[in-house]
Ligand binder design. Sequence first.
Ligand SMILES: NC(=O)c1ccc[n+]([C@@H]2O[C@H](COP(=O)([O-])OP(=O)(O)OC[C@H]3O[C@@H](n4cnc5c(N)ncnc54)[C@H](O)[C@@H]3O)[C@@H](O)[C@H]2O)c1
Ligand SMILES: CC(=O)[C@H](C)O
Length: 257
Amino acid sequence: MSKKVAVITGSADGLGKGIAERLAADGFRIVLSDIDAGQLAVTEQEFKRNGHEVSSFVGNVARRDDQFALVAHAVAVFGQVDVFINNAGIEDVMPLDTVREPDLEKVFSVNVYSVVYGTQAAAEQMKKQGTGGKIINACSIAGHESYEFLGVYCASKHAVRSLTQSAAKELARHKITVNAYCPGVAATKMWDRIDEEMGKYLGTKPGEAFERFSSGILLGRPQTAKDVADFVHYLASPDSDYMTGQSIMIDGGIVLR
Ligand SMILES: NC(=O)c1ccc[n+]([C@@H]2O[C@H](COP(=O)([O-])OP(=O)(O)OC[C@H]3O[C@@H](n4cnc5c(N)ncnc54)[C@H](O)[C@@H]3O)[C@@H](O)[C@H]2O)c1
Ligand SMILES: CC(=O)[C@H](C)O
């Protein structure tokens, strides 16, 4: 039997890269995808040096055509798509009274439209294959709780949780499961930016906003990409075959559900 194929968006860096590394180690053939062509090329070379079967595709998840082209690329290179991970996302730190249409459009197009388009593209291919599949979305603690100065971002992640449920209901009959991982606080470039921007509104020094968010973690430390990837490994494996429609916290104990 041929090795399964996993497509991960936003995988040139951050949590997506960590997830791709874990799935490559699990034996998946990997399609990396990102809007940052330079970093994507660096990451692809790293995967090749490590002996992984990998291909990469430059695309913007906010564009429907790009999401369909990404799936077409995976099929052209590896013949199939078994796991599709809607990981790419962006933050926007701002008080709600300053939010304008372009801010909403930016965050919702990358965090929400992307999930609709990625799910459409992946599901179309998985239905053709007729062997089921797994669609996995990046949600967040911000998909269950709402935080000050992250209102638009939190709303976008609540939308991801909702889409995870609706897609699970529509796709179960095709043996496609849809679940989401909800990280807490991980020291990626996203949090470097949040920390800096929060400083403007909270008056915090560099590192302080990150510390504040991390201080309530029951397990006593911010998470690593590996912490998230170890859970996504489960969602991508047959061990999670009886789970669908769930958005599960993997946050060291910040939000308890
Ligand atoms: N870091 C955290 O603490 C945290 C917590 C909860 C949820 N998340 C979610 O996890 C996901 C990954 O977060 P991260 O911390 O690794 O972010 P990051 O900013 O460190 O990395 C995101 C990657 O996505 C790419 N990307 C951004 N916009 C894109 C677009 N339009 N099209 C394609 N690629 C794009 C970037 O180039 C980058 O490589 C996001 O959905 C984020 O909301 C992160
Ligand atoms: C970035 C993110 O989703 C949480 C708030 O850390």
